[in-house]
Design a binder for this molecule. Sequence first.
Ligand code: RB5
Length: 149
Amino acid sequence: MIALACDHSAIELKHEIMKLLDSMNLEYKDFGTNEAVSCDYPIYGYRAAKAVASGECDRGILLCGTGIGIGIAASKVKGTRVCTCSDVYSAELSKRHNNSNILTMGARVVGIDLAKMIATHWLTAPFEGGGRHTRRVEMLTAIENGEEL
Ligand code: RB5
């Protein structure tokens, strides 16, 4: 289950991502907003990120004007590994190496076709695991838990 969220600036892009997920037979849950009036991206980023962190959703795609605000909001939730991407390479590597579980994009930064391409690479790339990547991701969790490195 994929958590989706956006602010007012990215509703159209969210609908395009929904169509993409439908075409990939991937289920999603929409955490809003669906009203084209100015709203506060932390609310929607937080709700979707919490669903990912709790296991209700296994990953999330969150959208705002730049992808940055909603990404910062999501990254405040313990258990998230957020990547804000505007290129395919970063999106794919964030999964392969960092096991990112939330992708954010900016509707005012990337066009719809590029956003769909980025999302497709992110959704289909595996976490490579293995020694060094697993160790580093575990270190990220350690930092989150207040441990010293
Ligand atoms: C809204 O105008 C804009 O600030 C928001 O979508 C986002 O880009 C914040 O990071």
